[in-house]
Design a protein around this ligand. Structure first.
Ligand SMILES: *Cc1c(COP(=O)(O)O)cnc(C)c1O
Length: 393
């Protein structure tokens, strides 16, 4: 299993591949070559590590959430990606990809964003590397995420509102790909998660690997043992693959991906209920309606609202090396409120899905067992959603 991601050539069993338009193949090959250079260049890797340390604030700590852990159940520990600059794990990915862009000689960056988190992260990296940024964002999201749009502008990015299709994240990705086709000679596309055409799943997984590498060393140092289970929320799957990778060979550690089930456990689960199909340039599990059309997901947490998922997770699911479950909006919201009050940390709604699942499991386990949850981001951005929810209920 050693480094199966890096030795995959972009194929994860029947999943993955590079089904991008013909006109993008040359630039995708150049991204792949530049990434190969990164993998063998100690200079580039130390620049990456230096930026993770001094720009992004790594390493992030792990924290024993004693009050949130059930009295006689397993200990819940969290990896504090909420403390990373920018407020979520996305900063790891954009720093790595901005280095790739610079090495390729790109003059401009483009990115898609749903709620705005990846757009903000890209804008931060663009400012640091002095590369102008255009962010493609569904018109619906532009309207409901005004504060994030302002943040991107403050960081110098231009936000392009996309009103094709359903004016949502998947349309923003389509539009960014279209734009890239006609600007591939001087523009780099910063993909926001471990999905999309090869080499993006592998590339993003590599830049997020630091989460698991740190967490594994930290838990061993502080407790002398490995977690019984590692849990992470899964939107496209980047924070989850980031923490999972370090534990893939630890047979005693179970890996659990938590997908958003929206208002009903029968909906939204891409790995749990999706079909095998091609979306945004790779084969993976996708959510379709009865006519085979891509179905929008409807999670209360915008960051998990992606109808596809990383081909690496589709593969781990098929192998049985990781398990994928669903948590509803109500369960995630309850976990967010409870964790905030008992630990003094406001988790992102996305991360709260993983916290909710951990709490369910911890109750049935022993006090000497450890559940490690990737706290992928902080919840300050979700205040509006939380208050709207509380007013309705
Ligand atoms: C974007 C985001 C996610 C979902 O993206 P993944 O690629 O699945 O990790 C999860 N948590 C937070 C805080 C996010 O901002």
């Amino acid at each position: 299993m050693t480094n199966f991601i890096e030795n995959s050539g972009g194929h994860f069993g029947e999943f993955g591949g590079c089904f991008a338009p013909e006109l993008l193949q040359p630039v995708l090959r150049k991204v792949t070559q530049t990434f190969e250079k990164f993998k063998t260049s100690t200079t580039l890797q130390s620049e990456f590590n230096e930026l993770l340390r001094n720009f992004a604030g790594r390493p992030t700590p792990i924290y024993h959430a004693k009050n949130y852990s059930p009295k006689n159940g397993a200990q819940i520990w969290v990896k504090r990606e909420d403390l990373l600059h920018g407020g979520a794990h996305k900063t790891n990915n954009v720093i790595g990809q901005a280095l790739i862009a610079r090495e390729m000689g790109a003059k401009y960056l483009i990115a898609e964003t749903g709620a705005g988190q990846h757009g903000i992260a890209t804008a931060m990296a663009g400012a640091h590397f002095n590369l102008p940024v255009k962010v493609f964002m569904g018109a619906k999201d532009v309207a409901r995420q005004q504060v994030n749009v302002e943040r991107m502008r403050l960081l110098g990015a231009e936000v392009i509102s996309v009103d094709t299709g359903s004016s949502s994240l998947k349309d923003a990705i389509n539009e960014a790909m279209r734009y890239w086709i006609s600007h591939a000679e001087d523009t780099y596309y910063m993909f926001g998660t471990a999905a999309g055409p090869h080499p993006f799943p592998e590339l993003v997984a590599r830049f997020q690997r630091v989460i698991g590498d740190e967490a594994r060393a930290q838990i061993l140092e502080q407790t002398g043992k490995l977690p019984a289970q590692v849990l992470a929320c899964v939107g496209g799957g980047s924070n989850a693959i980031g923490i999972f990778q370090a534990f893939l060979e630890d047979k005693e550690t179970k890996l659990v991906g938590v997908e958003p089930a929206g208002d009903n456990i029968k909906h939204g689960l891409t790995i749990g209920r999706g079909v095998t199909g091609c979306l945004h340039g790779s084969i993976s599990k996708v959510n379709c309606d009865e006519n085979g059309q891509i179905e929008e997901s409807h999670s209360i947490s915008a960051g998990l609202d992606y109808p596809g998922v990383s081909p690496i997770h589709a593969y781990l699911d098929q192998l049985g090396d990781a398990q994928y479950v669903g948590i509803t909006d109500d369960e995630a919201m309850e976990a967010l409120l409870k964790f905030s009050r008992c630990e003094g940390i406001i988790p992102a709604l996305e991360s709260s899905h993983a916290l909710a699942e951990a709490f369910k499991r911890a109750d049935k386990m022993n006090a000497d067992e450890i559940l490690m949850v990737n706290l992928s981001g902080r919840g300050d951005k979700d205040l509006h959603t939380v208050f709207e929810y509380l007013e309705k209920s």
